[in-house]
Design a protein around this ligand. Structure first.
Ligand SMILES: Nc1ncnc2c1ncn2[C@@H]1O[C@H](COP(=O)(O)OP(=O)(O)OP(=O)(O)O)[C@@H](O)[C@H]1O
Length: 223
């Protein structure tokens, strides 16, 4: 279970972006989070991804209460969650080839020896050819780079995947390919998914259920 309860978060403790948000995902469940621009969806997604420490509230991930975020979070919790953002350019080191980008989390956790095999497994799932894997970010399209960012998020086999507007800047066929890749991974592993976005039609088709931001704030997501 991914259980966010009474979360208050923002960038200034005196004026949080939101107060008292709650969201619960069952193991293996996929949930689409919809809401107006600027309401705080990405901020909540970053809390769930262990990237942003909330000002208050409780986050329990698979039975373990999260007490530390970012580099302070214990490795077993950090590696339980994979995350993909909207902007692949700002999320990718321009010096790395796509193969090295995908392998980054393995190398960072001392599992570099598995990198080549894992990249070879993931590349066809996300639709990257060997030739594309040898290029650097400046020499690929946004869609191709986002495919590599998705593969990177899957490289440590997370139990949870958080996609924050993953396809917002992509065309329909790349969107369909990335959604299919996520679903292939989920079918294989049983991972849960939190997909944040504005595209109601996409999220309703993609996810088991969708949640409105306002319902996160009023307890309407309680199951
Ligand atoms: N690093 C930051 N520092 C200060 N304020 C920020 C920061 N990131 C986001 N904000 C502000 O926090 C609020 C919520 O932003 P957030 O990105 O969580 O909203 P969102 O619902 O995901 O919006 P969108 O759908 O447009 O992506 C906004 O008012 C935004 O300007």
């Amino acid at each position: 279970m991914l259980e966010l309860t009474d979360i208050t978060a923002g960038y200034d403790r005196r004026a949080p972006v939101f107060r008292g948000a709650r969201l619960t995902l069952a193991p293996g469940e996929s949930v689409g989070l919809l809401g107006p621009s600027g309401c705080g969806k990405s901020t909540l997604a970053r809390v769930a991804a262990l990237l942003h420490r909330p000002d208050a509230g409780r986050y329990v991930l698979d039975g373990t209460e999260v007490r530390a975020w970012r580099h302070r979070a214990p490795r077993d919790l950090r590696t339980a969650v994979g995350v993909v953002f909207q902007q692949p350019r700002t999320a990718a080191d321009p010096r790395l080839t796509l193969a090295d980008l995908i392998a980054e989390p393995l190398r960072a956790t001392g599992r570099g020896a598995e990198a080549a095999a894992r990249v070879a497994d993931l590349a066809p799932i996300v639709g990257l050819t060997p030739e594309l894997l040898s290029r650097r970010p400046h020499a690929v399209s946004d869609g191709q780079l986002q495919r590599a960012c998705l593969a990177r998020a899957l490289s440590l086999r997370p139990r949870w995947l958080i996609c924050d507007e993953m396809t917002a800047m992509l065309d329909a066929s790349t969107t369909a390919a990335l959604v299919a890749a996520v679903e292939a991974y989920r079918a294989e592993t049983g991972a849960g998914l939190l997909a944040v976005g504005h595209d109601r039609i996409l999220l309703e088709r993609w996810c088991d259920r969708t949640v409105e931001w306002r319902d996160c704030l009023t307890g309407g997501d309680e199951r």
